[in-house]
Design a binder for this molecule. Sequence first.
Ligand SMILES: Nc1ncnc2c1ncn2[C@@H]1O[C@H](COP(=O)(O)OP(=O)(O)OP(=O)(O)O)[C@@H](O)[C@H]1O
Ligand SMILES: [Mg+2]
Length: 245
Amino acid sequence: MELALTNVTKRYGKLVALSDFSMTFTPGIYGILGANGAGKSTMMNLITDNIKRDGGSITFDGKEILELGDKFRAQLGYMPQQQGVYAQMTAESFVTYMGRLKGLRGKKLASEVNGVLELTNLSDVRHKKIGGFSGGMKQRVLLAQALLGDPKVLILDEPTAGLDPKERVRIRGFIKQLASDRIVLLATHIVSDIESIADEVLLLRRGELLRSAPPAELIAAVPDDWEPVAYRLSLEDVYLYFLGE
Ligand SMILES: Nc1ncnc2c1ncn2[C@@H]1O[C@H](COP(=O)(O)OP(=O)(O)OP(=O)(O)O)[C@@H](O)[C@H]1O
Ligand SMILES: [Mg+2]
């Protein structure tokens, strides 16, 4: 399984939000790091076809995703950066609604909804309204809907934003669990989340892919004399060294 972006470009007027971006993803967890405005969400929105690209191609197993259309969408799970406001819906009704949008029906829909609510530990609160949920529970509802239909490609845009450490570690654990035989793209500002679960890290700067490598390789790429480093380098230091401006 392979998702390949080749020379993908997205512009907003004069601003180049993503510039000539090429990367081939195979099963595993890819952490996407970059400052605010670096192009992380843009890259994800291009894969989910929420926005139109200005150039380049995106293929899934060799076929252009725009031509695959629904066939690709059926393989795709997306957790958007912003929390949707579905305060009046219950967890179950929201996830069911998203499942219908994905084309699931009847018994298949019901069993998928049960499965993803179970997986994200929401079974007990399935009949409660989302409006009364904590930030972590809301994030789990969004993760649940992304998992409907057992997608092969999972796009998670800041899934742990605004969560306390305990809830964050929990969500991180879910994501790690899910990764086998899936392509998982994970954008976040919480570098430690990526350090602990990503197989490969992409560093994005002003719309350009600066580097992509396993965390340990990036850590090794920071020169020893960069700072008086009296401690073991972490991916946090990699971020500051490469993207710190
Ligand atoms: N609809 C839009 N119209 C104009 N400019 C946009 C639009 N969406 C994004 N941009 C610009 O494109 C650039 C990349 O934005 P993007 O949302 O991809 O960044 P990001 O890396 O996800 O940032 P963050 O960490 O804040 O989520 C930014 O300069 C942003 O202002
Ligand atoms: Mg973003």
